[in-house]
Design a protein around this ligand. Structure first.
Ligand SMILES: Nc1nc2c(ncn2[C@@H]2O[C@H](COP(=O)(O)OP(=O)(O)OP(=O)(O)O)[C@@H](O)[C@H]2O)c(=O)[nH]1
Ligand SMILES: [Mg+2]
Length: 247
């Protein structure tokens, strides 16, 4: 199902992924932006497989992918694997990480994991209306500075902040805004091993994936990424052969 859906997206489509913890309003945001009716709500029927829709902003088409809600990207459940594989190997042009403004601390854990995979991230602090109701004040400027990424506050259900979110998405896709996510540093031993592995991975896989993230997964003994690595390598070899023929 997942591979079929990924391949349904045309090669030159601009793809925006929506990631986040369960119940943060991703599908509500998806429906508001695409005009579709993806099921929303905290009951069985939550988004398990990613839904796909599109919208036009300033004459440009964007394909939006609503990923299932996950607390992490460790691929220990089917939802986590779908979300992780799409962000890493589906190569979206930008990933919007949707966080619940009323429990940022827990939600930021996922944002940090997405930051390890991808650079083109936008943080969307949703349910800002709920936060306001609870007298919680979110300093988006400070958060943006701390994380090194654009941060937009929204209340998806009533459309608040969506104009700003679209503007930021378009700027990130166009390269006018370049997020610089802060790197999460590990112990010196791990960093030493990562430094050794990174150039080798880069050499093998090119810039198709984030070599630091792959190095960390390999050190962790995560075998679930192997099929993708093999696929990327096979494609690379095929391309190299084609180049030889063309030369
Ligand atoms: N007050 C308020 N409620 C919201 C907002 N956005 C979404 N909701 C509500 O939050 C609930 C969950 O929204 P969904 O869009 O289904 O959340 P989701 O992130 O797609 O959930 P999963 O697919 O399970 O991960 C629904 O009842 C929405 O109506 C918002 O900005 N403010
Ligand atoms: Mg959903």
């Amino acid at each position: 199902m997942k591979h079929k859906e990924i391949s349904l997206i045309a090669e030159n489509d601009t793809i925006i992924a929506l990631a986040g913890n369960p119940n943060t309003g991703k599908s509500t945001l998806f429906n508001m932006l695409t005009g579709l009716r993806q099921h929303t709500g905290n009951w069985p029927g939550k988004t398990v497989f990613q839904a796909k829709g599109s919208f036009i902003y300033k004459g440009k088409k964007y394909v939006l992918v609503d990923l299932p809600g996950t607390y992490s990207l460790l691929a220990s459940s089917v939802e986590e694997k779908i979300a992780r594989d799409f962000i890493c190997f589906g190569r979206p042009d930008a990933t919007v990480v949707v966080l619940d403004a009323t429990c940022l601390e827990r939600n930021l854990n996922l944002a940090l994991q997405v930051m390890e995979i991808s650079e083109r991230i936008i943080v969307c602090i949703n349910l800002i209306d709920e936060a306001r109701r609870k007298h919680l004040d979110v300093d988006t400027g400070k958060l943006s500075e701390t994380l090194g990424m654009p941060v937009v506050a929204t209340a998806a259900r009533n459309g608040e902040g969506l104009a700003e979110l679209l503007k930021v998405i378009s700027e990130v896709v166009a390269g006018n805004c370049r997020p610089k996510p802060k790197t999460v540093r590990y112990s010196p031993e791990i960093e030493k091993a990562v430094a050794k592995l990174k150039p080798k991975i880069k050499n093998l896989l090119g810039d198709q994936v984030n070599p630091r993230w792959i190095a960390l997964r390999l050190l962790e003994g995560d075998t679930s990424i192997e099929p993708y690595i093999k696929k990327i390598m096979k494609n690379k070899v095929r391309k190299a052969k084609l180049r030889e023929v063309l030369a």
